[in-house]
Design a protein around this ligand. Sequence first.
Ligand SMILES: [Zn+2]
Length: 223
Amino acid sequence: MNDIVDIRAQLVKWGKRLVEKGLVVAAGGNISARVGDTMFISPSGYSISEAAEEDYVPVEISTGKILDDFPLKPSSEVLMHLRCYRVRPDIRAIVHVHPPLLVGIISAGEMLYPFTPDAVALLGKPAVLDYILPTTDELARAVEEKVKSADVIFLRNHGVVTVGANLREACYKAEVAEDTAKSFLAAKITGTLRLFNEDELEAIKGLSSEQYRLEIMRKMQEA
Ligand SMILES: [Zn+2]
């Protein structure tokens, strides 16, 4: 029971933060976290900065059933969240937001590759999907395929999905993705962006300092 109280409090905290950071506006975006076979997902129609602890909708992951005759509807992207949890037992949190610069860049047909050590360590190799109608099972299936091998999935003309071992990790990935988009634009305006080669990417992944930081982030208990 304490886990559930705690996870609802975390969802409220990180939901507010994502809006404060400008990663999503109005009633867009959705977040969820898993406790056992239950996911708690933001309610449909609410801004994630306004949803209260008791508004997060409990859904059984194995069946997709909404628990406890809950009065609110889950986010319309509920299928996408369910499919991700089913295919990746290691993830415990999912963030879907619409970061404006990132969305602009990928919707213009560009790919946003991590090009700083921090971004490489956190984002890995992001996947990208061409536009698919939101809230459909077609989108949920496409994201399911990509999340098997990527923690960050760019959705052209739409947004981004990030996953993690906890909400902190999933939210940090969304924040770093949008920061990378800002630096990408600065580089494009200033000159030619240099991307890392394979050797440089491997060397970053092998850094013990980066691995240590990832471990700490995944273990960190929420206040
Ligand atoms: Zn969306």
